[in-house]
Each structure stands twice: as structure tokens, then as C-alpha cells.
Design a protein around this ligand. Structure first.
Ligand SMILES: C[S@@+](CC[C@H](N)C(=O)[O-])C[C@H]1O[C@@H](n2cnc3c(N)ncnc32)[C@H](O)[C@@H]1O
Length: 217
């Protein structure tokens, strides 16, 4: 996967996206995730890879200020059309190279994005960087079962499915492992399809100087 292909493929998905991922079981899962989410009023919230804005319906009534970024102008255009409100600032941006200052947001929400970006480790590092110390990160995504090798069929299908714009072989544990002293996992639970999609809530415990001085020290 690379950014150029992601732009092409998500331009293609844009007109159908909501039929697939903002309806039926996905809509139900999103609703449940946001129902249980406790957000302090006036929080600054960043959505990484907002897509068509499927999650915005659950957060706009909560009196928060929202910044929403995405790489694809077409899909971002759809989000803008649906949620034309002063509470949301939409920006075209690469999730692996966020242009925000460190510690800018109280909450960072990354739904169905780590499995999509070319470099999920870089994206996750950026998410931590822009979250304030004491702030939270919410992730809803599909991950391979923890500490298990991918079944042969999945290994074969992985590059084929990647052409459609998503990775079916990502291990969440490997992404968060380098940050085990900087973040705490408050929740990690099945969100959809018997654990294929998971909801994870993390808290940032230490500021970014920890990343400079050395991971895991
Ligand atoms: C599967 S969709 C998820 C959208 C939304 N978060 C949701 O839950 O429906 C993945 C999104 O990531 C965006 N994307 C792909 N590569 C990206 C990148 N490098 N930086 C930012 N967004 C990217 C795509 O344009 C698409 O909108």
C-alpha cells in the first residue's frame, strides 16, 4: 500500500463507502463505541482518516471542537458536505505526517485507519505525538489475532486485499509494543465479527521527550 494508490482506491470507494461501512453491523458497532465514550466538554478531538465522516454523528452533540483529516480529497469532500458545521475543521493531510504541534489534542480517534496507511507504525507514533499527556486515543480497527501467525489463506489473500485499500494481517500488539511505558491500554475488546474488529482505548502517560531519550527505557 502507498499513498498514491490509497488516493486512487478511496476516490473509487467514496460513492459506496457509507453503504458498506456506515450501515448495518458497522453502524451498530460505531454507535456502541461512542455511546460508552466519556468525553469532557470543550475537548479538542482529532479524527485521523475521517473518511466520509461516519463517526461525526456521534460526537457533534458533545460540545467538543473537532479537527478531521484525510488524504483523499474526494472522500473528505463527502464528509464536508454532510457535516458543514463550524465545530469541525476538515484538512487534507497524511496521517503519517501530521502537521500539528506535539500535545495538541485531548483525544485522538483513529477508526479503520491503521490498517489502511502504508506505515501504521509511523501513523501511530504521530497519533501519540499530537495527543496531550493524560489524553486518550481511541482505535476501532481490524487486527490479526494476538500472538498468532497468520493462517496460510490469510497470507495469500493479504496482498490481494491490500489492493482494495486495507491490510488484513496487522498485529495491534506489535504496533503498540514500542510504547509500553508511554501509553496504558485501558480497554481492548471485540467490537465486531467475533473480535476481527477491535475497540481499543489508550491513555498517554508520558510526554514525547520519552521518545527522544529512548524507547522502553
Ligand atoms: C477505511 S477508511 C476509514 C474512514 C473512517 N475513519 C471510518 O471509520 O469510516 C480509510 C480512510 O483513510 C484514508 N487514508 C488512506 N491513507 C491515508 C493517509 N496516508 N493519511 C490519511 N488518510 C488516509 C482514506 O482516504 C479513507 O478515508
Amino acid at each position: 500500500m502507498n499513498n498514491r494508490w490509497n488516493k486512487v482506491i478511496y476516490k473509487f470507494w467514496a460513492p459506496f463507502y457509507d453503504y458498506l461501512f456506515n450501515s448495518g453491523p458497522f453502524l451498530k458497532a460505531r454507535k456502541k463505541i461512542f455511546e460508552s465514550l466519556d468525553i469532557t466538554p470543550n475537548s479538542k478531538v482529532l479524527f485521523v482518516g475521517i473518511g466520509t465522516g461516519a463517526d461525526l454523528q456521534f460526537i457533534l452533540g458533545k460540545n467538543v471542537s473537532v479537527t478531521a483529516i484525510d488524504l483523499s480529497p474526494e472522500i473528505l469532500g463527502r464528509a464536508k458536505n454532510q457535516y458543514d458545521t463550524p465545530n469541525v475543521t476538515f484538512m487534507e493531510m497524511d496521517a503519517q505526517n501530521l502537521t500539528f504541534s506535539p500535545e495538541s489534542f485531548d483525544m485522538v480517534i483513529a477508526n479503520l485507519i491503521l490498517s489502511v496507511v502504508p506505515d501504521p507504525n509511523q501513523c501511530f507514533q504521530e497519533m501519540i505525538r499530537v495527543t496531550r499527556t493524560g489524553g486518550r486515543i481511541l482505535i476501532f480497527d481490524k487486527f490479526a489475532p494476538p500472538s498468532r501467525e497468520l493462517p496460510v489463506m490469510k497470507k495469500i489473500l493479504r496482498p490481494v486485499v491490500a489492493l482494495m485499500g486495507t491490510d488484513i494481517g496487522l498485529h495491534f500488539e506489535q504496533i503498540i509494543m514500542p510504547y509500553e511505558k508511554q501509553i496504558r491500554v485501558d480497554e481492548d475488546a471485540s467490537a465486531l465479527f467475533n473480535g476481527m474488529y477491535r475497540k481499543s482505548c489508550l491513555e498517554k502517560l508520558q510526554d514525547n521527550s520519552w521518545q527522544v531519550t529512548g524507547r522502553g527505557k
